[in-house]
Design a protein around this ligand. Structure first.
Ligand code: UD1
Ligand code: CA
Length: 464
């Protein structure tokens, strides 16, 4: 562990995904496969500057993603993908001065940190240790050949019919003593069915040179690689279950785990209830005793304690403080803040707005670039006209205001504390404190108009 580095192989094409997106950038829940692998290495105690990702096919995209998200992780290029043996060899300058090298296939998002720790620990024991698993359907995996005191690997395409019967297979995780690997790595050839350089040949070469090789078995569930869309879906489902189990173990109530999705970076406090068909993504955080109602989708949402998200709320990059309430059917986005006890109700959209303590926007409203003081009531159908076609303008409403239904705030707009607006007003000037703002045409009645226009009630004819 003292002097160890990790090489993650991610240069392959991932042909069987049949996708333009590089395999290691395919998402498991809301994060690319490679993120789980890198984080696993970090969780096992390997510092980022000792982790390198080998890129090639689709490498620019992979490199850009890693540089943005893991700035200290090194990127190495394998310009031609001539096999995993060639991959390790082309990274030699990265690993040659360490004592130990751990090599990981880039497509193992479910691998547990404990397993990686065990592999790291084995680096001192053998010249090479590999992780294996008992495959229910061993398919095209490399087969494990166990000798008296040694292990070697035969690739499926090179295996005899008897060897293909073996169910113990290579997971694609290796720990090497660097000095031993340096001795044999140039002896790996591409003299095989696929004309590729196989890292798996290192074991036989080490055995011939009198070095020690070993293997330990881990559960198949953890060692599933991703080669096809079906495997990606299977791995995502497994990840989803693991994440939900973790939160349930922490005291979160998940009403129907079969239908709930929670991303790996989310955190949820105990006694919060997640109702069926909820999705929670990104860096969302949810406090204690809150309820997230059915059909809600939260992305980077900061939710306090005792918050009630009633069904079908979409909340993005926004904050709901303690005791706030939202939904059903609302869209809260772009750095909106609901302060303590505030409420956004039915068919309400809030964008980049601050809704003060105890203030309510109960029905059919749009508040964009607005700041509301505390205890404001927004009447149904009120909106901010925040966009003049060029600029986004602000609306500021003071404390304790009563906004009549269908008020239009032509922004920039300002309403002082304790003011009222009359229903249907178009507010184009400042409404001072303690005043009533009325901005609408007066009603006029034209008597007898219906009679003259034959628009009076005709239901006596029995038709309508
Ligand atoms: C490999 C193993 C096989 C094992 C299986 C587990 C070899 C020869 N075989 O097979 O024994 O059972 O993984 O999943 O290693 N890569 C590069 N550069 C290359 C080729 C591959 O970086 O030139 C990377 C890929 O991006 C991938 C990993 O190495 O992350 C494994 O490559 P892949 O083609 O998936 O190997 P398999 O044929 O599945
Ligand atoms: Ca593979």
């Amino acid at each position: 562990m003292d002097n160890l580095c990790v090489l993650i192989m991610a240069a392959g094409k991932g042909t069987r995904m049949k996708s333009a997106i590089p395999k290691v950038l395919q998402p498991v829940l809301d994060r690319p496969i490679i993120d789980y692998v890198i984080r696993n290495a970090q969780s096992a105690g390997v510092s980022p500057d000792r982790i390198a990702v080998l890129v090639g096919s689709g490498g620019e995209e992979v490199e850009a993603h890693i540089t943005d998200n893991f700035p200290h992780v090194q990127i190495l290029w394998q310009h031609e993908q001539l096999g995993t043996g060639h991959a390790v060899k082309s990274a030699r300058d990265f690993w040659k001065d360490y004592d130990s090298l751990v090599v990981l296939n880039g497509d193992l998002p479910l691998m547990k940190t404990d397993s990686l720790r065990k592999l790291i620990a084995s680096a001192g024991e053998n010249d090479c240790t590999v992780i294996t698993f008992e495959a229910e359907n061993p398919g095209a995996y490399g087969r494990i050949i166990r000798g008296e005191n040694s292990v070697s690997i035969i690739e499926y395409k090179d295996a005899s019919p008897e060897q293909r019967e073996i169910h113990e297979v290579n997971a694609g995780c290796y720990a090497f003593k660097v000095q031993s690997l340096l001795t044999i790595i140039d002896s790996i050839t591409n003299d095989n069915a696929q004309h590729e350089y196989y890292i798996t040949d290192a074991l036989a070469l080490m055995n011939e040179a009198g070095m020690t090789t070993g293997a330990f078995i881990m559960p198949e569930s953890e060692m599933q690689g991703v080669n096809t869309q079906a495997e990606l879906a299977r791995v995502s489902r497994e990840m989803r279950r693991e994440i939900l189990d973790r939160w349930m173990n922490e005291g979160v109530r998940v009403a129907d785990p079969e239908t709930v999705y929670v991303g790996a970076d989310v955190s949820i406090a105990p006694d919060t209830v997640i109702m069926p068909n909820v999705q929670i993504w990104g860096k969302s955080r949810i406090g204690r005793g809150s309820i997230i109602g059915s059909g809600s989708i939260l992305t980077n949402a900061e939710i306090g304690g005792n918050v009630h998200v009633i069904a079908y709320a979409v909340i993005e990059n926004s904050t709901l403080h303690d005791n706030a309430k939202a939904g059903p059917f609302c869209y809260i986005r772009d750095n909106t803040v609901l302060e303590a006890g505030a409420f956004a109700g039915k068919f309400v959209e809030l964008k980049n707005s601050r809704i003060g303590e105890g203030s309510k926007v109960p029905h059919l409203s749009y508040m964009g670039d607005a700041t509301l003081g505390h205890n404001v009531n927004i009447g149904a159908g009120s909106i901010t006209c925040n966009y003049d076609g060029v600029h986004k303008n602000k609306t500021v409403i003071g404390d304790n205001c009563f906004i009549g239904s269908s008020t239009m705030f032509v922004a920039p707009a300002e309403v002082g504390d304790n003011a009222t607006t009359a229903a249907g007003s178009v507010i184009t000037q400042r409404v001072p404190e303690n005043s009533l703002g009325v901005g609408r045409a007066r009603q006029k009645n034209i008597e007898g108009w219906s009679l003259r226009n034959h628009h009076h009630n005709t239901t006596t004819e029995g038709e309508k």
